[in-house]
Design a protein around this ligand. Sequence first.
Ligand code: TEU
Ligand code: CA
Length: 541
Amino acid sequence: MEKWWQSSVVYQIYPRSFQDSNEDGIGDLPGIISRLDYLAKLGIDVIWLSPVYQSPNDDNGYDISNYETILPEFGTMSDMDLLIVEARKRNIRIVMDLVVNHTSDEHPWFSEAKKSKDNPYRDYYIWRDPVKGGAPNELQSIFSGSAWEFDTTSNQYYLHLFSKRQPDLNWENPVVQAEVWKLMNFWLAKGIGGFRMDVIDLIGKIPDREITGNGPKLHDYLQRMNQETFGKYDVLTVGETWGATPEIAKLYSNPARKELSMVFQFEHISLDEIPGKSKWDSQPLDFIKLKEVLSKWQTSLGTEGWNSLFWNNHDLPRIISRWGNDSPEYRIKSGKMLAAILHLMKGTPYIYQGEEIGMINTPVSSIEEIDDIESINMYNERIKAGYSKSEVLKAINKKGRDNARRPMQWNKTKAAGFSKGEPWLSINPNFKEINVENELEHPDSLFYFYQKLIQLRKENPLVIWGDYRELYPNDSNLFVYERRYQEEIWLVVANFYETKANFNYKGKKVKEILLQNYSDASIHIENLELRPYEVIVYHLG
Ligand code: TEU
Ligand code: CA
């Protein structure tokens, strides 16, 4: 059965950096409301809103201290209600970020829990006695250092897979589960469009066996969650699932299992990491492998699962800087090429704010310019371990999360139209060239290219349902695939690099060119020379 979210395009908003409305330099809900017409013009169907709940902002909202109130910096609950209504008027649904692997250490549950071993909230979290005078085991935090923090009041350790201000909830406790169902139902009753579930693959953890991802009880919990909460609604649920293989993705998203709508998995986007090391240890992208991985996900789910399509989010560097080319000459060309490859695949595409106008990374020259806790903790750890400042900064400039979190560039006025005050995080100095206003003035812009891709998806069932077949898998420049649906065949031919590349195709003739990033693409596919980052979409027949 077809679901609305299978033909939708999602736009992710990082509220702190989208649009400020009251000159405090922090993006907010009224700011988002004022930009809904812009998003409607782009053509998206869903907004995934990164967390806007009460939070001390140790991890910018991914540390929640009250799930049912809005952080005053972002506005009020009536602003939130208005956002839901105003978005709906434009056929846009709001998907909330559900962060329930952990809470903030300022959540009342944790304030109570740490009071004493017999506090009624103690079992909301994961506490263990010291072992041989130290941490219970070797589990590491994703934000550097041990995942165990010692609590002097009770002489026990608590678990935190992220910062020590993000204690992990104890999902084995049924009372914790009931609390989560309750807060989810609170939001569902407001008419939201669903949930994006932060690190949901970690909730089935067994810390004593050092199992974190894909724990044995994970899918039981999700089936129960579905039953107790969103199963009664027609909503989109997407799990952030770092360690998913296609087989695991089917467990999450096979409709017959009644868990989630889709996975958001990272196999393709982790390919420039040295295997077994961290995201900070980069290796050049293996392009053949990238094609293999993306193609594998296209063909392996069938009707037993659904996948997300993305290059970017608030944790990842900007894709044009990463795998495209962010020089003035090729920024737009490579951005269009990357967009076309992704958006003409099967799955639900996600656009991260600023991606549609080709925003790029913002290199820094000192750690003082960085806000992100993950980067700062890693910096301190590596400096202690003897790395040089310059090599650590190099890694941060390549992979650091602030690259995605600099304010949205709306126009060429002060602070890029993001705020009339001093932005909470500095703006990329390129905002006079790269901004929304500029994009909207030029018919050839990246914005209109994304708009066109969304329109193609809306108007052609082939993009949503068509079979996928990769061609020339071993070509070291070209990404080529075809989509087939009923009698229709589309052929996507992309040159991933700056060097020219030849393409020779024998078979069907070209009916028309559906999309291109140069203005004079050739229809002679039997012998084609692709220019730098050229992408052409052919309708064959
Ligand atoms: O991310 C999980 C996660 O493992 C990554 O953020 C990781 O830290 C790294 O940046 C990958 O490049 C989710 C959220 O998306 C992230 O923003 C939160 O910090 C994290 O969970 C904790 O809630
Ligand atoms: Ca504000």
